[in-house]
Design a protein around this ligand. Structure first.
Ligand code: UDP
Length: 259
């Protein structure tokens, strides 16, 4: 897979469909460790400047996909172009569409949904089953607040997942919690590939709405998210808007003039 070095990390320089194909290939491999995929946006890049644990989680990721137009724009300006934005929330549909396990003799792809508020993942599961009959959501779990600091609760989650050995684990715990959790536990998991996808379970359940396509196309998905959760997101986006230009400036000084 071709890589693009940006902000100290090796981004995968691929399109959504290629990412989906590669992830599906991994789910069919007979390997015994859980690979995981991260989908950075501007906020992740800002967090990565100071969060060493998040940096370590990123270094262990098997795939890094740019979920955010400013990152794709920067990659082009710095002469290390990414072909397109690959939104984490677009991944499940792309994977499910690409899934070729329609052969009745092959086991259907098993998916486990971890995260979102109680009841939401079950709704997402129903919607997935309705739309993609060949995908089997084998389990869902909404961990209680603060679960990540409780070893017994973490073990319970791992046991629950391992009992079902899913091909795909979708983590909807928000950043950086999902990345730190999977970095810490991926070696204990009997899962082929884990995907860190933020609010995607909420979107699949219809609990939160994604921005309309035209907004996504014009790089305005963040506006939609901020307007739908202003209390939680306005301060974060403001902070990121101040930090990101400084990060771009540092990147330019470190690795070369924009083209
Ligand atoms: N979430 C969760 N457990 C937690 C914290 C968050 O299940 O301990 C879920 C929350 O319910 C929501 C998602 O994580 O479904 C947050 O995703 P989002 O992408 O909005 O988070 P961000 O990374 O933007 O903070």
């Amino acid at each position: 897979m071709s890589k693009s070095f940006l902000f100290d990390f090796e981004f995968d320089s691929i399109r959504l469909s290629q990412a989906a194909e590669q992830i599906l290939r991994w789910t069919k491999e007979d390997q015994h460790h859980c690979r995981y995929v991260v989908t950075p946006n501007v906020d992740h890049i800002v967090k990565l400047q100071t969060n060493k644990q998040l940096q370590a989680a990123y270094r262990h990721a098997s795939m890094i996909l740019a979920d955010g137009w400013p990152l794709v724009w920067a990659s082009r300006k710095f002469g290390r172009p990414l072909p397109e934005r690959v939104a984490g929330s677009d991944l499940p549909a792309a994977l499910f569409e690409h899934d070729l396990t329609k052969d009745r003799h092959t086991k259907p792809t098993q998916v486990f949904l971890l995260g979102a508020a109680p009841g939401i993942a079950a709704k997402a599961s129903k919607n997935i089953q309705k739309k993609w009959g060949h995908i089997q959501v084998c389990g869902t779990y909404s961990p209680p607040l603060g679960f990540e600091k409780d070893p017994a609760e973490n073990q319970k989650i791992i046991d629950r997942i391992n009992l079902l050995s899913p091909d795909l684990l979708i983590l909807g715990l928000g950043a950086p919690k999902q990345e730190l959790w999977i970095k810490e536990h991926h070696q204990q998991l009997d899962v082929k590939v884990a995907l860190c996808l933020g609010a995607t379970i909420d979107f699949m359940a219809g609990h939160k709405s994604r921005a309309p396509r035209w907004m996504q196309k014009w790089g305005l998905e963040w506006t939609h998210r901020m307007l739908s959760e202003p209390k939680r997101l306005a301060k974060r986006y403001l902070y990121d808007a101040v930090q990101f230009p400084r990060i771009l400036w540092r990147e330019w000084r470190k690795t070369g003039r924009p083209v």
